[in-house]
Design a protein around this ligand. Sequence first.
Ligand SMILES: *[C@@H]1O[C@H](CO)[C@@H](O)[C@H](O)[C@H]1NC(C)=O
Length: 455
Amino acid sequence: MRFSRGKQDGYYHYRHYSLPLLFTLALAIPATAAEDASTILSRFQQYLQINTAQPHPNYYEAAQFITSQANSLSLPSQTLEFVEGKPLILIKWQGKDPTLPSILLNSHTDVVPSEHHKWTHPPFSAHLDSTTGNIFARGSQDMKCVGLQYLEAIRKLKDSGFRPLRTVYLSFVPDEEIGGADGVAKFVDSDAFADMNVGIVLDEGLASPADHYRAFYGERSPWWLVVKAVGAPGHGSKLYDNTAMENLLKSIESIRRFRAAQFDLVKAGLKAQGEVISVNMVFLKAGTPSPSGFVMNMQPSEAQAGFDIRVPPNADPASLERRIADEWAPASRNMTFEFKHKVSVNDKFGRPAVTAVDSSNIWWALLEEAIIKANARLGKPEIFPASTDSRHFRERGLPAIGFSPMANTPILLHDHNEFLNKDEYLKGIDVYESIIKTYASYIQHPRDDASREEL
Ligand SMILES: *[C@@H]1O[C@H](CO)[C@@H](O)[C@H](O)[C@H]1NC(C)=O
């Protein structure tokens, strides 16, 4: 890791203005309360216009923009570079009692690629449709909105004279869209992170087509499975048992039955997507290649298939492992299997990697309270169907809640024409204002052992 800038404590301190200068500034710049929405929206658009699409995100331009925002808020920021070319920007709003566990507001700066020609407005134009108020851009939902909403909420709180009791940190991290190995994974292992004494993490959630917000307390773990079959090769005209293809097809049939049963639970409304084990076949590989395609009169001696399996944290991993070994790739059928990637459903203490969402977790109760205070509604807490950086925090036993304040919004992350309506964006700022105020004012020091138990 290296600091690209630094003073004694690693932060880049913004100098204090003298009183007369402050006064002049106050006269020259209208207070945020009076700041019109277009100024707030234009900052969001500026951030959206920075092309941080994988696989070649322009991280330095994003870092520069975020640092300039921190400067404009007189908040110290530092750029951590655990991996060359992948800056992580950490902003600190010092609390009155720095001994209390801090609040971490996390967001990632990278976005997924887009097929430009399939978009109505170019994905980095941040076009604001004047009729609907929709802002079109890659990252408008996932998740540049959240990163800037945190900053705008702090701008409002500062202008209102609010001072946090607990220290509030904002991290703008790289590489979430490619797994976070060079981003959050390195961050949570760093001394800088240990020094922050984080008590609660807020990270991304999903848009909600309904008029309530969604919150996530855990996520499914990816298990990327490859099953391989072997069998005696033979003429394409001959019927005989135990060919590689037949052996593999028996597995595929068994896996499809399991998939259908899980999917039925979702279709019947008994379980949410995040609560079932999903299995999707992602590749099939077999056949004897020929110059024009495949040899058509020969049964191959090997065949394999790949599956993307997602396991909810409350599932029993041992029973799924048994099912794979006994039914999906049984040695009795000469089958083998391997995992290309397998994330544990447990945290490093061996407990399911979920954040408590009942009265045992004060941060959950405070979140609900703050959202109601902001005149918004929160739905039933959910398991995130895919993966986010929250995983890395929960893995270390830290409570992390996935939350992106986007109601009345179609889920368009990773899709063409991703957009967020300007009114939803502005409403989200008010919601974060309420959340940050509530969190940063919370006095009690959660007992360490008690909060461990809650996880
Ligand atoms: C497994 O392989 C052995 C050795 O090639 C063969 O004799 C047997 O029939 C195969 N069994 C199945 C179910 O494919």
